[in-house]
Write a protein that binds this ligand. Structure first.
Ligand code: CA
Ligand code: CA
Length: 216
């Protein structure tokens, strides 16, 4: 009994000490694209996917988001949904025919995600064409769709004989940042030399971008 009480006391002290370090957070940007708001965006494109509006789709391109007049802060938290559509090949190196398929997220020019994604199924021999995510590319080998919040969403293009579907990743990064301006950029380096319609073969989109500034 005493031990239990002691445990509760310690827990209480811990919670109390955490409470003194409550983060001062402020949301400075949120966009679910349902109102077609493209303020601050360069190369914006909005499409319907799976019952929601998304920023995309992109292939061999991407978008910039510029924010300014941010309140004073020490950190930023950027979170968003990333949809990987159709037949991404992950780490595959095939003399440049269809891989690797790389996706990048940058803030103020610095890379925070530089990963490959694979939507391929394992073959009959049990080989699962790897992706680097959640680690960066190269030299990381994870199974297709590792880390996906939902690996089984519908594809955009249903080409006969094509591997496909869509996998959804929820990405959150907390970054040291104190400038009053912020440039968020998402890009890809997709390779599909054997596809008649590149954007149909593999593409990506983003939804629910949320940016918070944080003071510790
Ligand atoms: Ca949406
Ligand atoms: Ca590819």
């Amino acid at each position: 009994m005493m031990r239990k009480l002691f445990g509760i006391l310690i827990l209480g002290l811990l919670l109390n000490s955490c409470a003194k370090e409550v983060k001062n957070e402020q949301e400075v940007y949120f966009n679910d694209f349902e109102t077609n708001n493209v303020d601050g965006l360069l190369n914006a494109s909005i499409e319907n996917y799976n019952g929601t509006k998304v920023l995309g789709r992109y292939n061999a391109s991407g978008f910039d988001l510029n924010l300014s007049n941010l309140p004073a802060h020490k950190l930023i938290e950027v979170s968003f949904d990333l949809y990987i559509h159709d037949s991404w090949d992950g780490n595959k190196v095939s003399s440049g025919v269809d891989g690797p398929d790389i996706w990048k997220f940058m803030v103020d020019g610095q890379l925070y995600v530089n990963a490959t994604f694979s939507n391929e199924d394992c073959n009959n021999a049990g080989f699962c064409p790897p992706q680097s995510y959640p680690a960066d590319y190269p030299n990381a080998y994870n199974n297709p769709k590792t880390g996906a919040a939902n690996p089984n969403l519908p594809g955009v293009c249903n080409l006969a004989g094509k591997i496909g579907g869509t996998s959804l990743y929820r990405i959150t990064k907390v970054i040291e940042h104190s400038k009053s301006t912020l440039l968020m950029q998402c890009r890809d380096q997709l390779i599909q030399t054997n596809a008649a319609d590149a954007k149909c073969d593999e593409s990506w989109s983003v939804d629910n971008i949320r940016i918070k500034v944080i003071n510790l």
